[in-house]
Design a protein around this ligand. Sequence first.
Ligand code: PXP
Length: 236
Amino acid sequence: MRLAVNIDHVATLREARGGIEPDPVHAAVLAELAGASGIVCHLREDRRHVNDRDVRVLREVVTTKLDLEMAANEEIILIALDVVPDLVTIVPEKREELTTEGGLAVAGFEERYTALTQRFHERGIAVSFFIEPESMQVEAVAACGADIIELHTGTYANARTAAEQLLQLQRLQSAARIASEAGLVVTAGHGLDLRNLAAMKSIPSLEEVSIGHALVGRAVLVGFERAVGEYLNVLR
Ligand code: PXP
């Protein structure tokens, strides 16, 4: 299974002082050197961590795959169409949230998201939607002509008991099955760490996990390349 590294929180640390260090671009290079298969960043409307310069420089520097996470907001859509990342991941976004709290509601908005998918496809950009592991949402993403589906693992990661964790894992397994039968590439992410990651290997057709906060937190202590290596070891 592949590992995509989200470098948003390297930028969060930089923004704590408003200077130029640490640079998320440096983190992206180190993550790639350590074996990451892709780099993810989220350009939020409020630019609380990653900024426009980061996205443009990352586009030049990333040699694996650049995944631009974004809300379906016209200002950000135009930036994405201009920068041309390898893929965009469409997420819900609320200004008051600390992180992306839930999956996107695609069901009921198929017309809107089909049109958006077509705009990106015209520029050669692959499209992923970040959704809750629910069959209704998976089917809606497939109906929009998306290429990839990212299953939100937050509820699984937050499960307090083994029984609840198992239940959430089963939801992810079932959603992944439906998604891969519909021809979507299946990825997952949110809240994954060195303790809860191994179970992701039991999800059929799951090709990639996207990990940010826990990995960057560990990298602060042990170094970026070592932290990425530890996550890759769990996935092997
Ligand atoms: N995938 C998506 C779509 C996300 O929004 C995030 C959080 O930015 C992640 C993965 C990574 O989550 P975490 O930072 O909890 O590892």
